[in-house]
Design a protein around this ligand. Structure first.
Ligand code: WT7
Length: 606
């Protein structure tokens, strides 16, 4: 209805507490990095915490339409922070805590965030991440670029035990691990402690009423130019879409315990940890740790601990755990499991079958959900128990989704076919714009084939009408289910003084799906050495983050180029794989570089 108003935070919290009488229902079981660090939070408690923090944000001057950056590990305050932004109609821009300071700075600047919410530090398995230090670095860079972020609110997470906040299970997660080696520097006038601010805040807060089309959040995703795109989702359509897909794709029932292992820093976490489950009044697990710590049975230990019924993870995690055999899985009961989901990249049939046979003991439905940051929610997916499964196929479109497969000339192909995957009509959860750059939104998704939304993925439809995603057909790479653009890695490499030119291609990897294989041409006077390789890796980690660390770096005195100077990545991909079947190379300006590169291939990861 035109002119109607809503608020997504109200819908996922107040409505559940007051109308659905779910106040005492657990919203999240929080499981920390250490198995003994746990807490739970009910819908009523979550509502109170969100109201308090919304009041804090309001007092700090945050208003409807403002942008707030969030850089946090998987702790309950992350959910509180995002829902508080939503309550005020402010846009949250969550930056995955595995991204570098430089990446955070770039994202803060792109959407001019006036406030940052972060955390002192956290453990990821054995590894300590001093997040506040990275946040400080990012804010320093922002200042240097003439954009001082007004406030930085810091959650005391590792230092929580010393606050004496860990006693009551439903208060705050007790963190037992003391952490003497973390030094937090404090910027007077900018930094504020979360726990001090909420102490003074009231626990009621009137939501800001929003139009269905008011923006809800920005989430950055890699773009083929190298500059990340700020994907903007809006309130009404996104709310409807994640609530509906969650309900049907996971066959939600009120007694379910749902667990999505993604990080909230990615769209999977936004849609299927926070908004989708809460909109349905579901109970979920919120997990801070990793699948291999303290041992490789951690996921199944958690499944049994909370009697998880619906479980959602990525092929890369499945492949990682497969390596350790069946025993770490089968020694846990897993009897509660009913539906197993997968997302992020094509799942190879071998991993699918292991997931089905070993994890699901052949009783569970597998839902292979194809979607994107841009789509907000599931697009191609089976419905559990209803869609006959084929290992490796995302099967059929969700209700209201109209896929098509196009050939290079943009003609729709019927029946069995392979080509570009597009969508013919919009759906409620479609992104609405690229933040601050509507032109880029139009060119990226709608220009190649006018009238269609272009996914950037290749796809095959078989004789039974099943859809099979064949992978990206642009310059994007999918490393462990995360998209990276070749351009962003290349520009990180050429920023090193020794590198004149770089070309990056995807290379098959048994666990990550794809890894990065880099070819670098050095400037005169520089020599290729193990030290240089280390420096280049460090450079990439600092510019982008650890997820972009390359597995291979090869010295390339020359790169295969067309006569017009375009790097032929198609040829480089073949070289990396030692595949001499290069196809047509008549357009290569200097064919001698190809044989040189073949004979100097990297044989082992570095
Ligand atoms: C790209 C989107 C959406 C959540 C996580 C990734 C690939 C995603 C599948 C799947 C085959 C998949 C596609 C897509 N992808 N799910 N089930 N089967 N490929 O979000 O970072 O926006 O990446 O991930 O290539 O375009 P994203």
């Amino acid at each position: 209805m035109k002119g109607a108003t809503t608020n997504i935070c109200y819908n996922v919290l107040d409505r559940n507490v007051h109308e659905k009488k779910l106040g005492d229902k657990v919203a999240f079981y929080w499981e920390g990095n250490e198995p003994e660090e746990t807490t739970q939070i009910t819908y009523r408690e979550l509502l109170v915490k969100v109201c308090q923090f919304s009041n804090v944000l309001r007092k700090q001057g945050i208003r409807k339409g403002d942008r707030v950056a969030i850089y946090m590990p998987m702790i309950p305050e992350l959910v509180v922070a995002m829902l508080s932004c939503a309550r005020l109609g402010a846009l949250h821009s969550i930056v995955f805590a595995g991204f570098s300071a430089e990446s955070l700075c770039e994202r803060i600047l792109d959407s001019s965030c006036s406030l940052l919410i972060t955390t002192d530090a956290f453990y990821r398995g054995e590894k300590l991440v001093n997040l506040k230090m990275l946040a400080d670095e990012a804010l320093e860079k922002c200042r240097e670029k003439g954009f001082p972020v007004r406030r930085c609110i810091v959650v005391k997470h590792l230092g929580r035990a010393e606050l004496g906040m860990g006693d009551s299970p439903s208060q705050s997660p007790p963190v037992k691990r003391s952490c003497p080696d973390v030094q937090i520097s404090w910027n007077q006038g900018v930094d504020l402690w979360w726990h001090e601010l909420v102490q003074e805040a009231g626990d009621e807060c009137e939501p800001e009423w929003c139009d269905a089309e008011d923006p809800l959040f920005i989430l950055y995703t890699s773009g083929s130019t190298g500059k990340p795109k700020g994907v903007v989702h809006t309130t009404g359509g996104y709310m409807l879409y994640v609530a509906t897909t969650f309900k049907y794709v996971f066959d939600f029932h009120s007694e379910d315990v749902f667990w999505c292992t993604a990080d909230i820093g990615w769209i999977t976490g936004h849609s299927y940890i926070t908004y989708g489950p809460l909109a349905n009044g579901a109970t979920s697990v919120l997990f801070e740790g990793i699948p291999t710590y303290p041992d490789v049975g951690r996921l199944w230990n958690i499944v049994d601990k909370y009697k998880v019924t619906k479980f959602y993870t990525a092929p890369t995690a499945i492949r990682l755990l497969m390596k350790f055999g069946d025993e770490p899985v089968t020694k846990h009961s897993r009897a509660s499991l009913q539906v197993l989901g997968t997302v992020g990249e094509p799942i190879n049939p071998e991993a699918w079958l292991w997931y089905h046979r070993v994890v699901g003991s052949e009783r569970c439905s597998i839902v292979d959900t194809f979607w994107q940051t841009e789509t907000g929610g599931h697009m191609l997916t089976p419905l559990p128990g209803a869609t006959p499964m084929k290992p490796g196929s995302a099967t059929f479109p969700f209700f209201g989704v109209a896929p098509a497969i196009l050939n290079e000339s943009g003609e729709e192909l019927e029946g069995e076919a392979e080509g570009y995957l597009v969508f013919k009509q919009p759906w409620p959860g479609i992104m609405r714009t690229v933040y601050g750059n509507h032109g880029r939104f139009e060119t990226t998704y709608f220009k190649k084939f006018p009238g269609y939304y272009v996914t950037g993925d290749g796809c095959r439809r078989d004789q039974d009408g099943y859809y099979w995603i064949t992978g990206r057909i642009d310059d994007m790479l999918n490393v462990s289910g995360h998209l990276l653009s070749t351009a962003e890695v290349e520009s990180a490499l050429v920023e090193h003084e020794a590198v004149a030119e770089a070309a990056v291609v995807g290379h098959p990897h048994p666990v990550k799906g794809e890894c990065l294989y880099c070819f670098v041409t050095l400037c005169d006077g520089h020599t290729f050495s193990p030290t240089l390789k280390e420096e280049l890796k460090k450079q990439i980690r600092e510019k982008i983050g650890p997820i972009a660390t390359p597995d291979y770096i090869q010295n390339a005195p020359g790169l295969p180029k067309t006569r017009s100077g375009k790097i032929m990545r198609r040829v480089l991909r073949k070289i990396a794989q030692n595949d001499h079947d290069l196809g047509d190379t008549s357009t290569v300006a200097d064919p001698s570089v190809i044989s040189h590169l073949f004979s100097h291939r990297c044989l082992v990861t570095q």
